[in-house]
Every structure is written in C-alpha cells, then in structure tokens.
Design a protein around this ligand. Structure first.
Ligand code: 13P
Length: 249
C-alpha cells in the first residue's frame, strides 16, 4: 500500500558535468522502475540534472535547505530557490549535517515546517550512534528525533513526509544494520508517529539508509516496515543505483 521510494544522496560528489553523465546513464536504466526514484544532488548540479530528467520518472532532491524564506544567511538556500530549480524532495537532518554543521533536532523541525509549507517533500533523517545503540538508547532516541522533527505538522502533512532511519554507525562504513535490526527500529519510528498522528503512521514512508547496496537491498526491502532506501556510495554509479531501484529483481 506504500509505494517504495529509493533515493540517492550524492553528498559532496559530482560536478555538473559529472552529474549530467551520471543521470544520463541512469535514465534508461530505471525507466521501468516500480518504485519512486529520487536523486538528491549538490545544488550546483540542479540545472544539469533537471534538464536530463525532464519527462522521466526520476525526481530531483536537495541535500539540505534553510528554514527562512530569504535574508542575510550567507551560503544558504531557501525552499523557494529549490522549488524554482525543479527540486521536489529535500533531505533534512542528515547525520553528517548534525555531526559537522551543528544541526539540531530543533533546526531540523524548523526546516521540516518550511519545506512542507513550500510544497517540498522532506526526507527527515534520524538514527543512533554506535555508543547509543550499545547503551540501549536507540528506541528512545529515534522516537525523540522523529517527534521533534514532525512537531507542528498536521497528521495529513505527516502522512506525506519521508523519514530515513540511518544508523550513524552504518553510514559509509560497509556495516549494515541486519534486516531485522532495521525493520525493528523502523517499526519503533512508525509507532512513535502513530502515538501522535494516528493512522498517518500507516502512510508515512520510512526508508533505511547506511551502506545499502545491490547485494543487501533485497533482504532489507523484503522487511514489512522498510519502505525504501537512502543510498550514499551506491548511488554514485548508475548500474549500482539501478540495481537497488530494482531491489526485487
Ligand atoms: P552510504 O550508503 O554511503 O553508507 O550512505 C548512506 C547515507 O548517508 C545516505 O544518506
């Protein structure tokens, strides 16, 4: 009942010419996809990528945005700037933003509210660090991160957002949560959503992210709670990303 969504997060990779080459290779490979396909790219790549994906089933996403509509925020991008550049999705609260750029749950919430108001679909990232999992805090932490991020949205709005469960210890490390671990924690996130927003929990799509690749995607995607993937490294090669898009092949 929930359409799976596979999104690439290119992070700080691909210049505009490289971006053009990558999406050009991707377009024919994923044209038959049964799931939603998104590429979240650096802002300098929006123009090149938009041109190539026009009229295809690939949607454009950004990797972050500011919550203010405009103003003296040097280096930042507003929702309106993203919209006018053809962006439909925006990753918010990625653990790399939290770790290296001072992102907090409170600012993730401000960004989420601004994105939804502008008609963008946020991909809200939550997840625990290794020591937090070992200390037994995972469920409490992802519950807290999720509910703060969504605070102020209506149930109708919550139903349309995307959440990405990304255990920090699994990002770029080659370590993946087991299928069962990922399913269990995503189930916890869904129940957190249900506790405040009721049946919207059955509609909200929750992805897994963290070293997801052509080899492990089938098992992860077979789990009942897992509605998609947020793919870092494996989204940088068209063939690999296409294999994840075709996770049930
Ligand atoms: P990797 O797939 O490279 O582990 O990155 C995951 C991620 O951070 C996606 O947002």
């Amino acid at each position: 009942m929930r359409t799976p969504i596979i999104a690439g997060n290119w992070k700080m990779n691909k210049t505009p010419s490289e971006a053009k080459a990558l999406v050009s290779a991707l377009v024919p490979l994923v044209a038959d996809a049964k799931c939603d396909v998104v590429v979240c790219t650096p802002a300098v790549d929006f123009a090149a990528v938009s041109e190539v994906i026009k009229g295809t089933n690939i949607k454009l996403g950004a990797e972050n945005m500011h919550w203010k509509e405009s103003g003296a925020f040097t280096g930042e991008l507003s929702a309106a700037m993203l919209k006018e550049s053809g962006v439909e999705y925006v990753i918010l609260g990625h653990s790399e933003r939290r770790q290296y750029f001072g992102e907090t749950d409170a600012t993730v919430n401000l960004r989420t509210l601004a994105a939804v108001k502008a008609g963008l679909t946020p991909i809200i990232c939550v997840g625990e660090k290794k020591e937090e999992r070992e200390a037994g805090y995972t469920n409490a932490l992802v519950t807290y991160q999720t509910l703060i991020a969504l605070s102020g949205l209506t149930a109708e709005q919550v139903a349309k957002v995307v959440i990405a469960y990304e255990p920090v210890w699994a990002i770029g490390t080659g370590l993946t949560a087991t299928d069962e671990q990922a399913n269990e924690t995503i189930g916890v996130i869904r129940e957190a959503v249900r506790s405040v927003y009721g049946d919207a929990a059955d509609e909200v799509r929750i992805q897994y992210g963290g070293s997801m690749n052509p080899k492990n995607c089938k098992g992860l995607m077979a789990q009942p709670e897992i509605d998609g993937g947020l793919i870092g490294g494996a989204s940088l090669k068209a063939e690999d990303f296409s294999k994840v898009v075709h996770f049930d092949a």
